[in-house]
Design a protein around this ligand. Structure first.
Ligand code: NAD
Length: 288
């Protein structure tokens, strides 16, 4: 890392827990590689202390910060402006501080779209079946709709996310050229039909994430045709049960690792105006 000086610019992460995050490594190494006088620190801050922490960072002149669970939704209240995608999903994972004016962005969806591109998958004009309606799923859904998918069929269980999802899917259909619909994940026939009519199936729920790696929302492998693309936003484990099942069926797959990388790269660019040296970061922190 570069020597810390009186000019060093502060960036960081707010969330709880925050210490396990790969973001400090990814950003500090990028600052070092580009010889930028910036530093990125992780702060364990939950929703209760978020307002105080944000006011503190603003007073200290921090350039910006990331938000992780549980702070992504609450942060919306403390932003002066929101990007269109952040406004639609009601969540922020990146804040830019321009002399006291805080703008909230969501870069998770951008990260997903760039990860797809990286895997050689062109999503423009395609039909997606999307499992999930939480933070990751809504970010993917909004960005994919804004980036020109033809149709997104969201499936979620009837939990606390469902009502909000009804509003979001209606709004996305109205405001973009993508048709976004919502169905109950418990309807297995509707899900199988949707997958049969889709180019890509994406799991954006936490089902299958460590430590409960046995979880998988697809019960019948037969619904995964060879020409279906299957992706998972989960990065731990790198190959979820769903991705294993899909690979065994001969489908092209990609996981959440590069989504994580590219959401960080998008934040990095918002703060510094420079491109993150992603190939070097990939080689150092994201290789198998
Ligand atoms: P969240 O709590 O906001 O949403 C969880 C989603 O999972 C909801 O849609 C919920 O309905 C669904 N769900 C939970 N239990 C379920 C069950 N038993 N059956 C069916 N659906 C169920 O969480 P999130 O922030 O959206 O995170 C979801 C996953 O995405 C996590 O594994 C997280 O690590 C991952 N993620 C990855 C990245 C990345 O950069 N790759 C970024 C953000 C999140």
């Amino acid at each position: 890392m570069r020597e810390i000086t009186g000019h060093t610019v502060l960036t960081g992460l707010l969330g709880s827990p925050a210490a396990h995050s790969i973001s400090p490594m990814m950003h500090n190494e990028s600052f070092r590689l580009l010889d930028l006088d910036y530093v990125y620190l992780a702060f364990d801050v939950g929703e209760k202390d978020l307002k105080t922490a944000v006011e503190g960072l603003k007073a200290l002149g921090a350039r910006g910060f990331n938000l992780t669970m549980p702070d992504k939704n609450k942060m919306v209240e403390y932003c002066d402006r929101l990007s269109p995608a952040a406004q639609m999903i009601g969540a922020v994972n990146t804040v830019v501080n321009d002399n006291g004016l805080l703008t909230g962005y969501t870069t998770d969806g951008i990260g997903y779209m760039r990860a797809a591109e990286d895997a050689g998958v062109r999503l423009g004009g395609k039909v997606m079946t999307l499992l999930g309606g939480g933070g990751a799923a809504t970010a993917v859904c909004a960005q994919a709709a804004l980036d020109g998918l033809r149709q997104i069929r969201v499936f979620n269980i009837r939990d606390s996310f469902y009502g909000r999802l009804e509003r979001l899917t209606a709004e996305l259909t109205e405001r973009t050229s993508c048709k976004v619909t919502l169905e109950d994940l418990a309807d297995e026939k509707a899900l199988a039909r949707s997958i049969a009519e889709s180019d890509i199936l994406t799991n954006a729920t936490s089902v299958g994430m460590a430590p409960k790696t046995e979880g998988c929302l697809i019960k019948d492998p037969q619904v995964l045709r060879t020409d279906l693309i299957v992706s998972d936003v989960i990065y731990n484990p790198r190959q979820t049960r769903l991705l294993k099942m899909a690979a065994d069926r001969g489908c092209r797959t990609f996981n959440g690792m590069y989504m994580l990388l590219y959401q960080g790269a998008a934040a990095f660019e918002l703060w510094t105006g420079k491109k993150m040296p992603v190939e070097q970061i990939k080689a150092k922190y994201f290789s198998a």
